[in-house]
Ligand binder design. Structure first.
Ligand code: B12
Length: 211
């Protein structure tokens, strides 16, 4: 299995072109997309986060790392989507209101697609009203909410409350995730599940649906 330190380094250095090239090289060498995500991409973003906390990186470096991450994920996404059988299950996913972080949400979405689910991605900064409208229109079985900021975590509760008010809460299972989110918080706000990572999110969806 090809080691993709090049991809790790490219993301850490915020070099989208090198991340793209390193991803292509690793795929050509037979590395599985999931392996690249879990062994190179997520650890690189973890290190970016650590450097930000240590004040060695600032917002521009975060943006560049995010862009490099996206350029790799764009190559992996179709490969992950092609794998596996399609299930008649829809998942609506989005990052909650006020929050622009989408790297983790995109990974969760891609892995759910890879797991055979139809994923409707509402993007970032998604208001409770927009989630409600999407549930009304798309009739998904699952709603996934992502938040990376402690100040936007309450928007997860607001979104669940809005689904309740709209009479839609019993029609969907709501899963939440993102670095500051915990199982305890999921219980507090009445979510149906929490996972700390994307592969856990896929297992959780499968177990909630019994597939
Ligand atoms: C990259 C980054 C950014 C980028 C985002 C680029 C993008 N397109 O996403 C940019 C530069 C935009 C950014 C901006 C800001 N950021 Co920022 N950012 C990060 C950083 C370094 C990495 C986040 C990341 O992508 N991680 C990698 C992914 C793979 O991990 P993940 O998101 O956790 O997702 C995984 C799991 O959580 C889970 N998951 C995620 N979502 C879901 C959903 C469901 C349903 C499930 C089941 C699972 C799940 O699965 C994923 C894959 O395994 C973190 C530091 C960190 N360690 O998290 C700070 C961090 C989140 N940011 C922070 C801050 C403060 C900000 C800013 C306020 C900075 C500023 N001063 O402007 C702004 C806020 C902008 C906004 N309104 O959202 C703080 C938050 C502190 C807090 N406690 O609230 C952090 C923790 C850094 C820090 N230590 O200070 N940021």
């Amino acid at each position: 299995m090809a080691q993709s330190n090049d991809l790790y380094d490219a993301i850490l250095n915020g070099d989208a072109n090198k991340a793209h090239a390193a991803t292509l090289a690793a795929l050509a060498a037979g590395t599985a997309p999931l392996h690249l995500i879990t062994e190179s991409m997520v650890p690189a973003m973890d290190e970016v986060g650590r450097l930000f906390e240590a004040e060695e990186y600032y917002v521009p470096e975060l943006l560049l790392a995010g862009r490099a991450m996206r350029s790799a994920l764009e190559l992996l996404r179709p490969l992950m989507t092609a794998a596996g059988e399609k299930l008649p299950t829809k998942v609506v996913i989005g990052t909650v209101k006020g929050d622009l972080h989408d790297i983790g949400k995109n990974i969760v979405g891609s892995m759910l697609e890879g797991g055979g689910f139809e994923v409707i991605d509402l993007g970032t900064d998604v208001s409770p009203e927009k989630f409600v409208a999407a549930v009304e229109k798309q009739k998904p079985q699952i709603v996934c909410l992502s938040a990376l900021l402690t100040v936007t975590m309450p928007a997860m509760k607001t979104t669940i409350d809005a689904l309740q008010t709209a009479g839609l809460r019993t029609q969907v299972k709501v899963l939440i995730g993102g670095a500051p989110v915990t199982m305890q918080y999921a219980k507090e706000i009445g979510a149906d599940g929490y996972s700390e990572n994307a592969s856990g999110a896929v297992s959780l969806v499968k177990s909630l649906l019994g597939v």
